[in-house]
Write a protein that binds this ligand. Structure first.
Ligand code: SAH
Length: 373
């Protein structure tokens, strides 16, 4: 049989998946265009059309040769997740539910403030880390998001709002450092001048503390680091953030110090969720001060955002403030994060998609109450 015949026989094999251009950063575009025998600057142009101008149809990319546009249409695609739900809230916060090609869902939140706007981006469907006070943990881990599925969240918000956000925080569903390559590439697109142009101060990755990947991140990305601390000692942190059993504080703190080393203006942001009667006493504050001694730090106190089925409660505001004052007195920078979008379940730790609780665990385990003493 000649090859000519072969091409005429309808193939029972599925056609190979087309490259989704949303999965490529600038270097990826240049590589792909080289493979297609095209000039790299055409690749950069398509990248710019896609992210800076939000154009997803090749015919509208008017500075590309017609033959190239045709070829891109045959061999590649621009596949965006679909917005299936949008929820605005009274304070201007908006939450979108995106449906991915396989039907999975993730959430993205937009938080406008005076003079700035922040998008809270998800990195995984669900999460494997099982932090006891987090709603996403309840659905267990499903899968990593692709580069395209991560950057599409910024793409969609930019088009929905009509302008690019000024800040991105990798603080949505999932643990970004457990989806390392895709998150790093997506953050690269956020920072690229041909795309969203965000500086290193305006892209923040939040991690529960996957220590080896904090060191790796320092090598390949220039972003700001936030760490979900939530407890000033291992006994309590083991309970609240179970990954601490693998990477305890004596490993986590040096990794964070190394991350900002060499840049005097940099600080680590420590996230500390205020859980009534668990981690919020003045003794905890003192231990926290001792723990962070010598590390350029900023502490973000987050009032606990309740969700159905949790037994945790938030610390009353006056005690949050007393805790904050204690930190300030020691010279630590400390602020209380304003809760935004809580009535639409868009606040920190409330992003769950519409997935049932598969873990069936006790809301506040007994050993946690003991550890808090
Ligand atoms: N996996 C990453 C990003 C997750 S969420 C991380 O752990 O940092 C971003 C922040 O929200 C984290 O500090 C997380 O601990 C916090 N958070 C989770 N559940 C919360 C809740 N119910 N109320 C307040 N903050 C919560």
């Amino acid at each position: 049989m000649t090859s000519e015949h072969r091409t005429q026989v309808p193939s029972a094999l599925p056609t190979p998946a087309r490259i989704n251009l949303l999965d490529l950063d600038r270097a990826g575009f240049e590589r792909l265009f080289a493979e297609l025998g095209q000039k790299p600057f055409h690749g950069r142009n398509v990248f710019k059309w896609l992210h800076k101008h939000g154009v997803v149809g090749f015919d509208a990319m008017t500075d590309l040769p017609k033959t190239l546009r045709q070829r891109l249409g045959e061999q590649t695609e621009i596949r965006l997740p679909r917005i299936v739900h949008e929820q605005p809230s009274g304070d201007g916060t908006r939450k979108w539910v995106l449906e991915l090609a396989d039907g999975q869902r993730v959430e993205t939140v937009y938080i406008p403030e005076v003079g700035r706007s922040t998008v809270c981006v998800s990195s995984q469907v669900g999460c494997a880390l099982d932090c006891t006070f987090c709603a996403t943990a309840r659905q267990g881990f499903n899968r990593n998001l692709s580069v395209g599925e991560i950057i599409a969240q910024v793409w969609h918000v930019t088009r929905q709002i009509g302008t690019a956000p000024t800040n991105v925080v990798m603080m949505g569903m999932g643990e970004p450092l457990a989806n390392f390559e895709a998150v790093v590439a997506a953050m690269g697109i956020m920072q690229d001048d041909l795309a969203y142009m965000l500086s290193k101060h305006r892209v923040t990755l939040s991690t529960s503390g996957i220590v080896p990947n904090i060191y790796r991140l320092r090598e390949v990305a220039d972003v700001s680091l936030a760490v979900s601390l939530h407890a000033p000692d291992n006994t309590l942190r083991d309970q609240l953030v179970p990954i601490n059993r693998k990477y305890p504080l004596e490993e986590l703190i040096p990794a964070c110090r190394a991350f900002i080393a060499g840049d005097k203006r940099r600080r680590v942001t420590w996230e500390y969720v205020m859980l009534d009667g668990i981690n919020d006493s003045l003794t905890h504050a003192k231990r926290l001060i001792r723990l962070l001694e010598g590390t350029p730090s900023k502490v973000n106190l987050i009032p606990f955002n309740p969700f159905p089925g949790t037994d945790f409660a938030t610390t009353p505001p006056e005690r949050v403030e007393a805790f904050r004052q204690r930190l300030l007195r020691s010279g630590l920078m400390a602020m209380t994060r304003k809760t935004r979008g809580d009535e639409i379940a868009a606040a920190c730790g409330q992003l769950v998609g519409r997935v049932a609780d598969r873990t069936r665990r006790q809301a506040v385990p007994l050993d946690l109450r003991l550890a808090a003493r």
